[in-house]
Design a protein around this ligand. Structure first.
Ligand code: HSE
Length: 452
């Protein structure tokens, strides 16, 4: 296909400069880097039609070749800093991951006046405030759509598409590996290590898979989403994080019997007292669309005062889905190259001098409904004691399910769902419940969100 000729006036006004391709350097040719290279090559014409200029990969820094990429004629290096200092390069694409070298690389690129596109959620969540401040000083863009939910353009949607709204809350399944594990456990009864090994082989899991299963990766992404939704600085250190490693098949099945699915959910909610920022296993009513997001897929629900609830769904990881977001950022940067830095979309959606100091709430002050599983001795009066401990603390029981005595230990599983209550009260109640003579072992507590 031939490109339509540019209008004569535009060409004569800008001269040849405007039609020269923008030169980018890819740092890291792993899963996402390889995908980015291939998408840029395969869709070069389509991308140039959108961006207004071609995008040329002028250099690649890589530790080893990617068997999925055919690189011919593009200079390569093993030193990422060579790319950051290459005078020919306009945009550095950081896809090496991690916090340390990636931070140095991005700061070096900014210092050299280069725009940056990154897929690095850990880097943005932990060092984003510093990076954006330096980028503002130098008048360059740091774009990070690929850092959250892979191929879903959720950053752009919140930052630009929902710019009219006061965002009330958002909730997301934002770690594909964790969702894949929960789905396989529920649907096929597979074991945790078995499913994790498959996610690693598929290239979804983090280099350190505890980041996936302990909720750290999701907390990185949630930190970023909360910043652009509420106009607050990035505060990863204040996010509450609870993993999925302690979940049992018994709780997955009891939840199902009560009409819920357990998902590893990131929740950010704006309340008058502060902002809730939490990642934990969560019961969601099984008729919610988001409860039916399975496998490695991601979804983010955003509730705004004008738009109501919106749901963004798609592949949260993988070679080309993540590359799709990297390349979309590249197109945005190319379009903005000739704009005045003051008139660009702010990095964190809100003008930097308008960020709010609304605090992040500690988890004890967050509010949700709860699922409690109590292993009770088969005595008269235990249920009455449980009910009185909850009522003394103002905890309203929504429903209760008592199962038959379990043969192996003679205990009766008692499952309760509560109405919404501040976490501190549930902590107090659990302490009192565990002290009862009629209760054996720890009480299982899982938060419940109805998302309506
Ligand atoms: N490890 C991440 C996941 C990759 O499983 O979702 C994408 O950020």
């Amino acid at each position: 296909m031939r490109l339509l000729p540019r209008s004569a006036s535009r060409r004569s006004f800008y001269g040849e400069f405007i039609v020269k391709p923008v030169k980018v350097g890819i740092c890291g040719l792993g899963t996402v880097g390889g995908g980015t290279f291939n998408v840029l090559k395969r869709n070069a014409e389509e991308i140039a039609r959108r961006a207004g200029r071609g995008i040329e990969v002028a250099q690649i820094a890589m530790r080893s070749p990617n068997p999925h990429c055919q690189i011919t004629g593009t200079p390569t290096t093993t030193d990422v800093f060579e790319v950051a200092s290459n005078p020919d390069i306009d945009i550095v694409i950081e896809l090496i991951g991690g916090y340390t070298v990636a931070r140095e690389l991005v700061l070096k690129a900014i210092e050299n006046g280069k725009h940056v596109v990154t897929a690095n959620k850990a880097l943005i969540a932990v060092h984003g405030n510093e990076i954006f401040a330096r980028a503002r000083e130098k008048g360059v863009i740091v774009a990070f759509e690929a850092a959250v939910a892979g191929g879903i353009p959720v950053i752009k949607a919140i930052r630009e598409g929902l710019a009219a709204n006061r965002i009330n809350w958002l909730a997301g399944i934002i770690n594909g590996t964790g969702n894949f594990i929960l789905t396989e456990m529920r649907e096929k009864g597979r074991t945790f290590p078995d499913v994790l090994a498959e996610a690693q082989a598929l290239g979804y899991a983090e280099a350190d898979p505890t980041f996936d299963v302990e909720g750290i990766d999701a907390a990185h992404k949630l930190t970023i989403l909360a910043s652009i939704a509420f106009g607050i600085p990035l505060q990863f250190d204040k996010a509450y994080t609870e993993g999925i490693t302690q979940l049992t098949t018994a709780d997955v099945n009891y939840a199902e019997a009560l009409g819920y699915r357990i998902k590893h959910l990131g929740v950010a909610r704006s309340t008058p007292a502060g902002i809730e920022l939490r990642v934990h296993p969560t019961l969601i009513p099984s008729d919610r669309l988001i409860a039916n997001v399975n496998g490695v897929m991601n979804a983010v629900m955003v509730n705004g005062d004008a738009a109501g609830s919106t749901l963004f769904y798609g592949a949260g990881a993988g070679m080309e889905p993540t590359a799709s977001s990297v390349v979309a950022d590249l197109v945005d940067v190319v379009r903005a190259l000739t704009t005045d830095p003051e008139n660009r979309v702010p990095h964190l959606a809100f003008q930097p001098d308008s960020l709010s100091a609304h605090p992040i709430l500690p988890i004890q002050e967050c509010e949700s409904a709860y699922y409690l599983r109590i292993q009770a001795k088969d005595h008269p009066g235990v249920l009455a004691q449980v009910a009185s401990i909850l009522s003394e603390r103002g905890i309203n029981i929504e429903s209760i399910m008592q199962k038959e005595v379990e043969e192996q230990d003679g205990l009766v599983p008692m499952i309760l769902l509560t109405h919404r209550v501040v976490e501190q009260r549930i902590n107090d109640a659990i302490q009192a419940l565990e002290a009862l003579e009629g209760v054996a072992g720890p009480v299982v507590r899982i938060r419940v969100e109805h998302l309506n």
